[in-house]
Design a protein. Structure first.
Length: 304
């Protein structure tokens, strides 16, 4: 699917394909891939990399354009497994146009950051900046989810909460790798700023972007390490909760068995004491209650 936009008067507006200078290809089909390869001379391998979620961020300088592959977090889904995934986006920067290739339809230019945009270079930098912001937002969401999971683990024996922790930890590993990959990409863009033709304002924006991405990487790395180091402790909490439950069930079971033994002794089909006593029933029930009380006192004395 193709979406066309036009950069005019420092604004990005919807446009038809004929007048557009910003082209966004969303999950392009074979025909659109052929157009990108034949008309715009985009390498097929680089085009495939734009749609590969496992591809690393990189930059390639072609005769007619500059190809950039960067990582961004996918939209948060309602998946009960709590998996946060990453995706790749391809940006192909020409002198008079910019082509963006991505696998899912998202509002690219809806952020306030794009309300005033003066060049294709600025679009590139702002897309990278939005990616950094999204990574940070998702990390905050992970933090809130893990706080809720900790409360549930403290009073639960279910494996699903531990599984959710593992999924978040796994997601953070992917996030750390993706943010680090973007960091290498942004550094390469900074080192080749002359080939892009950045002006002073864009260069300052790029320097700020490097700092923001590095901070994002450190935050994701620190949180990933903390989550991994505390995982064993949380598993131990679940095991301890199970042990407490088993202990409680044993107390209940023994407390029921002791009076049952007393009552069973007086229920045998043989001659027994007090069988003709009119108060035998209440005497036996009293003995059963005394056995329960004696058992509880013994349990308390042993501090079990």
């Amino acid at each position: 699917m193709l979406k066309s936009f036009k950069l005019e008067n420092q604004k990005i507006i919807d446009s038809n394909e004929k007048d557009a200078n910003i082209f966004v290809y969303i999950a392009p089909d074979d025909n659109e891939k052929r157009i990108l390869a034949d008309r715009y001379k985009i390498d097929e391998h680089t085009l495939s990399s734009s749609l590969d979620p496992d591809e690393l961020s990189r930059i390639e300088f072609e005769p007619e354009h500059i190809a950039i592959i960067y990582k961004r977090p996918k939209n948060i889904s309602k998946d009960k497994r709590l998996l946060f995934k990453v995706d790749s986006v391809g940006i192909f920067l020409f002198r008079e146009k910019i082509i963006i290739v991505m696998s899912e339809d998202i509002p690219l230019f809806s952020a306030k950051l794009f309300q005033k945009t003066g060049s294709y270079n600025e679009i590139l930098l702002k897309l990278l900046s939005v990616s950094v912001t999204h990574f940070l937002e998702h990390i905050k969401v992970m933090h809130m989810i893990t706080d809720e999971l900790e409360k549930k683990i403290s009073s639960s024996m279910e494996n699903k909460y531990i599984q959710n922790f593992f999924n978040i930890e796994k997601s953070l590993v992917y996030y750390v790798n993706s943010i680090n990959s973007n960091s290498v990409l942004i550094e390469r863009i900074r080192n080749n700023s002359q080939k892009f033709g950045f002006n002073q304002e864009e260069t300052e924006f790029l320097d700020d972007l490097i700092i923001d991405n590095n901070q994002c990487f450190r935050q994701a790395e620190i949180y990933s390490n903390i989550l991994a180091s505390l995982m064993d402790a949380r598993v131990s909490i679940v095991s301890n909760n199970l042990n407490i439950l088993m202990k409680t069930l044993n107390i209940i079971t023994i407390a029921i068995m002791v009076p049952t033994l007393v009552v069973s002794a007086f229920s045998m089909n043989v001659s027994i004491p007090m069988q003709h006593n009119p108060h035998a029933f209440w005497i036996i029930m009293g003995l059963a209650l005394l056995s329960v009380a004696g058992f509880l006192l013994f349990w308390k004395y042993k501090k079990w």
